[in-house]
Write a protein that binds this ligand. Structure first.
Ligand code: PLP
Length: 430
């Protein structure tokens, strides 16, 4: 595969943009090699500057549930653009998307739109602190909640990839209210509550996607809910990634555990920059201008982004079954790859949740971040490079989740499995 144009583009970008990228994980650092520079996407495919095509299992890190350039989303964006790019004033599009989002989630009476997942979570934390009048928060090692200061403590995703969990530039004073617990380990959460009576909230990715795919056990989430109730703390489900990917009605609909606040992003913007956070009215009414908790954004509720999100969620509402169809396909994919790997003596742990899939080169089941770090990173890098060469674009870090879109066909899945077998064979034969 010729990637000369990508290499040249990367060299130039590195002289102008730190690391040549606008978000660290894109730099391929953990797998080596050169990031592929993309020129366009169509359906399930990405095309790069050298003219290579790839089946895309990254989907812009989650938003593109319906693949690239989905017709109805594209048409909605073009129509919205014709009316103006931004007004900084209320539009009907915000109310319409709010109605849709609220309709999907039992726990949400009111929602506010922002421009990224980071903003959504940062605002949700402030709201939880304002609502409870407490300062401390509990987060889980390996969960990633965006790059705001208080949450950049033992975070997953790119932060984990670089072994640089607490970033320089984040004052210790800013993170002293962040308590850490271990994912799927309720005793570690009990210890936090024993250590502090000032816990405003516990924030969790109820299906973690930033240490690879690691779902929380249902019992663990129930216990978490109970602990929060007993201690007067709010429970925040960060569904920026899992929202509308793992299920149409949130993880609450799968587990029966109702969060106090939900944060959303990715799919709700249909590929445009959108985040959101929602809760019952009692909590949301604390927000400015109704209440004292300040939160704002020049481009929040941007009409073009709202139109894209509305089109995406409308499609999903009309065909909610799509999540289970995608889950079947994702299961076929990871099961097929696991079987292919085992033929060459390689053990893979695999899992799926709706249109999310994950795999670890690990002898043992992965239940938390510590388990995830025991995976074979070198093997992952070889697998990633081999699959890219075969025309399959997987996330370039073992601490990420894979995504399948409606544009990926059964045939593409079978081709991916066949390619993985070839790659495993090459790896085994050195
Ligand atoms: N929360 C979770 C669970 C995420 O996966 C991410 C990003 O991947 C974020 C928050 C931050 O979202 P964004 O990158 O849009 O700021």
């Amino acid at each position: 595969m010729n990637t000369q144009a990508s290499q040249k583009a990367f060299e130039e970008a590195q002289t102008l943009i730190p690391g040549g990228v606008d978000s660290p994980v894109r730099a391929f650092k953990s797998v080596g090699g050169t990031p592929i520079f993309i020129t366009e996407g169509k359906g399930a495919y990405l095309k790069d500057v050298d003219g290579n095509e790839y089946v895309d299992y990254v989907q812009s890190w989650g938003p593109l549930l319906f693949g690239h350039r989905n017709e109805s989303i594209e048409a909605a964006v073009i129509e919205a653009v014709k009316h103006g790019l931004s007004f900084g004033a209320p539009t009907l599009a915000e109310t319409e998307l709010a109605k849709l989002v609220i309709g999907f989630f039992d726990s949400i009476d009111k929602v506010r739109f922002v421009s990224s997942g980071t903003e959504a979570v940062m605002s949700a934390i402030r709201l939880a602190r304002g609502f409870t009048g407490r300062d401390d928060i509990v987060k889980f090692t390996g969960c990633y909640h965006g790059h705001s200061d208080a949450l950049l403590v033992e975070a997953g995703s790119g932060a984990a990839t670089f072994g640089n969990p607490s970033s320089p530039g984040v004052p210790a004073d800013f993170t002293k209210h962040t308590l850490l617990a271990q994912y799927n380990n309720i005793e570690s959460v009990k210890k936090c509550f024993a250590d502090s009576k000032e816990i405003a909230c516990v924030i969790i990715e109820p299906i973690a996607g930033n240490m690879g795919l690691v779902p929380a056990d249902k019992d663990f989430l129930h216990e978490l809910r109970k602990l929060c109730d007993e201690n007067g703390a709010l429970l925040i489900f960060d569904e920026v990634m899992s929202g509308f990917r793992a299920s149409v009605n949130g993880v609450e609909s799968i587990t029966g555990v109702k969060p106090d606040i939900v944060t959303l992003g990715k799919v709700i913007g249909g590929g445009m920059p959108v985040g959101a956070f929602g809760a019952r009215s009692e909590i949301m009414n604390m927000l400015s201008p109704d209440g004292p908790v300040y939160q704002a954004g020049t481009l929040s509720g941007n009409p073009v982004a709202m139109a894209a999100g509305y089109a995406a969620l409308t499609k999903l509402k009309q065909n909610a079954r799509v999540i289970s169809v995608l889950n079947d396909r994702a299961s076929r994919l990871v099961n097929g790859m696991r079987e292919a790997a085992s033929k060459y003596g390689i053990t893979m742990q695999t899992d799926t949740r709706g249109s999310m899939f994950g795999f670890f080169f690990n002898e043992r089941e992965v239940k938390n971040f510590q388990d995830a770090t025991r995976s074979d990173a070198e093997l992952f890098a070889k697998f990633h490079a081999g699959m890219l060469n075969e025309g399959f674009y997987f996330a370039c870090s073992l601490y990420e989740t894979g995504f399948i879109s409606t544009a990926v066909t059964d045939e593409m899945v079978e081709n991916t499995i066949a390619a993985s077998e070839k790659v495993f064979k090459e790896i085994k034969n050195g």
